[in-house]
Design a protein around this ligand. Sequence first.
Ligand code: GLN
Length: 368
Amino acid sequence: MHAKLALADGTVFTGRGFGATGETLGEVVFNTSMAGYQEVLTDPSYTGQIVTMTYPLIGNYGTTADDEESNAVRVAGFIVRELTRVPSNFRSDRDLDSYLKASNVVGIEGIDTRALVRRLRVRGSMNGILSTADLDDASLVAKARAFPGMEGRDLVSEVVPKQSFKWDKGFGTLTDHVLPHRPATKKVVAIDYGMKWNILRCLTQVGCDVTVVPGTASADEVLAHNPDGIFLSNGPGDPAAVGYAIDTVKQLIPKKPLFGICLGHQLLGLALGAKTFKLKFGHRGANQPVRNELTKQIEITTQNHGFAVDPTTLPKDVQPTHINLNDNTLEGLRHTTLPVFSVQYHPEAAAGPHDSSYLFEEFRKLMG
Ligand SMILES: NC(=O)CC[C@H](N)C(=O)O
């Protein structure tokens, strides 16, 4: 079955459809991970985005319920150079094609993903449309141009859980060595803006008794749980568009130890008075080098973000702690007098290296 990908700049790629049929719009972004496609597909931070993998062969180890990072496939569409139709892996319970069909997500294979990624790198992330229905180039390009894009859109409210819940699962046998397994002695409220589940596994593993609350919760609702610390999760869209969350974080900052990841880091930055901006093509992959400015050690990190906190706008009592070595953008901050810190990258990996898992232990220590 023919499928087409059209970009807002007028470029059209023709390939073969897989997964669901139909038409889907989104911001087209690329991910440089060699593995971890199922974690990418189910990461709620990709809401509203069509993701292309730079690695040329995708699907070879299938999919498994154990590798879900949320309860649904979240990407708007999926692009690969070559799809493996017959996976080989003892953990796999479904091939990628059937997995995307069951999730009603459109995929395209057989296009020149190198040409696509070079275009996105030169011109920046662009809106696009992926279709197996309408195959008329001019009509597709017009639809891509009419799509509103990411800036100014609150996508968090589309992915927050409907109600609070308890989480109590740590690591499985495959990852148990990554962090020490400690008894649950610290009460943590995790504010869910579209959280990856491996963050919850990491918090639980290091001894947090975790209650998850929706990202729309008020400061009073969070504090009513009387937590020892508060975690701010990752999530989709433009951080500056989520005013209600920034207000809540502002109220929480003076009250409790806080740890933020990705969108949580951006919301913390905004609540502290800094500004965010959109990166040209973002950081998405499992090989992003970051320098810890406190220890001068280099961490290879997993990342997925299109926005960043502008370090020149940080107030005096906020210190940059981590820097991305590819483009020198800010990857972490901490308050100099309050127990508050955050990172732009993903210390929970899923998938990716475990260099930064120490941050979960630091959060536990910060809670006393
Ligand atoms: N993974 C995330 O939390 C992403 C944060 C934000 N949506 C961005 O793209 O920058």
